[in-house]
Each structure stands twice: as structure tokens, then as C-alpha cells.
Design a protein. Structure first.
Length: 94
């Protein structure tokens, strides 16, 4: 139920705001929901969408947070090398 509300929130933001930063925030939040549900592949999908948007903007702190989230999801999937890559990239942004 909560997941459906998040997905509707994303659709509303896309339609009403047409705001890339709002979309990135929604994707990041959806990734967090899936991460808490232990669906790490779906979490990675949404975190990646958020990162693709954030890489076009100057907010390095938000980009670092998303990279950290991708690192946590990769770690949870057992992909430790990829997790380290994301963690190092996040540290580079700080």
C-alpha cells in the first residue's frame, strides 16, 4: 500500500511539476522504500534513475547521498566491488 502511494506521488510530480530535481528526489525515495523491503534490485533501479538526473545538476551533496545509497544496495546484493566503487565516488563528491 505504501509503495503504491509513493509511485502515485512520482507520477503526480512528473505530470504536475515536470521538475527534474523533484523526479530525482522521488526516485531516491522510491529506492529507499524498495531497499527497506529488501528488494535491492528494484532499489538499485530507482537510485540509478535518480543519479542519472542528479549528474546533470550541481548539487554534489545530493549526488553523494544517491551514490552512497547505490553502494548500500550493491553491498546488500553481494556485489562488493561495485559497492566500493559507489562509496569511493560518493567520497569524491564530499
Amino acid at each position: 500500500m505504501q509503495l503504491e502511494l509513493w509511485e502515485k506521488n512520482l507520477e503526480a510530480r512528473e505530470q504536475e511539476l515536470e521538475n527534474e530535481i523533484g523526479q530525482a528526489e522521488s526516485f531516491n525515495l522510491l529506492g529507499g522504500v524498495y531497499w527497506r523491503l529488501n528488494d535491492f534490485e528494484q532499489a538499485t533501479h530507482y537510485y540509478t534513475l535518480a543519479l542519472q538526473i542528479r549528474e546533470n545538476h550541481d548539487n554534489i551533496e545530493e549526488r553523494a547521498r544517491i551514490l552512497n545509497n547505490l553502494g548500500m544496495a550493491s553491498n546488500s546484493l553481494g556485489d562488493y566491488d561495485t559497492a566500493l566503487e559507489y562509496y569511493y565516488r560518493a567520497l569524491g563528491d564530499w
